[in-house]
Design a protein around this ligand. Structure first.
Ligand SMILES: [Zn+2]
Length: 233
């Protein structure tokens, strides 16, 4: 039977709702308590309004000796799918109902709600073009900064905390999870990977390989359609 304390608000509501910041606090603590040898819950910074920024590191080996996959949810809090699906995926990985043994070979660094102040600015009309959840957070931070435009200038305390987290854990792959609310695409999921168009050209084949392999995987998911795409240089 499913441990209720590890279940998301999204699941409990039939995917009509998403949880607020207190759910992130509750689930991070519950995951660390349920798998004390494999999960570590950490606070890696504070938001402009003083809210704790939380992450989980999940691994069944020494996480400093295996490749780290970073999953980042909630850079835009109305886009809650990454947070909700991230907790579900992590629970299935830890319970070994999905990809058994993988956490012995890699570590997953999961940030459920990067823009934690925006996440708590909850309302029914924050994302009017989007098909749910019923209420969501707000795109920008309490200082009205869009974190997705702040990686280089690092004006936001949240971004400075994130850059510190990335420097500490040095992930091999960072997955930044968004939702599009302004366009109605037929495919469920689209993938963009870098370096493919910029950065070190020697890494372009690896970037393309990573993107194309994940796109091939997505074809096998029930009900999922792969995004058509055109190779670009
Ligand atoms: Zn976004």
């Amino acid at each position: 039977m499913q441990d209720h304390t590890l279940t998301t608000v999204a699941e409990e509501s039939g995917f009509k709702k998403t949880g607020r910041t207190d759910e992130v606090t509750r689930l991070c603590a519950a995951f660390a308590a349920a798998w004390p040898r494999a999960v570590h819950s950490l606070e890696f910074g504070r938001s402009a309004e003083g809210r704790p920024m939380r992450a989980l590191i999940a691994c069944r080996a020494d996480p400093r000796k295996v490749p780290v996959l970073m999953l980042q949810g909630g850079i835009h809090p109305g886009e809650s799918d990454g947070k909700d699906a991230g907790f579900i995926a992590l629970r299935e990985l830890l319970g070994e109902t999905a990809a058994p043994g993988v956490l012995e070979r890699i570590a997953i660094l999961f940030v459920p709600a990067f823009n934690v102040d925006g996440h708590e600015r909850f309302g029914r009309w924050n994302r009017p073009n989007q098909n749910g959840p019923e209420e969501t957070g707000w795109r920008t931070t309490a200082q009205n900064l869009n974190l997705n435009r702040d990686y280089a200038k690092a004006d936001a305390p949240e971004m400075r905390a994130m850059l510190g987290l990335i420097r500490t854990w040095d992930p091999l792959v960072c997955a930044d999870l968004h939702v599009t609310d302004g366009a109605d695409f037929q495919p469920d999921i689209s993938l963009q990977a870098e370096p493919i168009n910029q950065g070190d050209a020697h890494l372009y084949p690896l970037g393309r390989e990573l993107r194309d392999a994940r796109a091939r995987d997505a074809q096998h998911y029930r009900g999922s359609r792969r995004a058509p795409r055109r190779a670009r240089r």
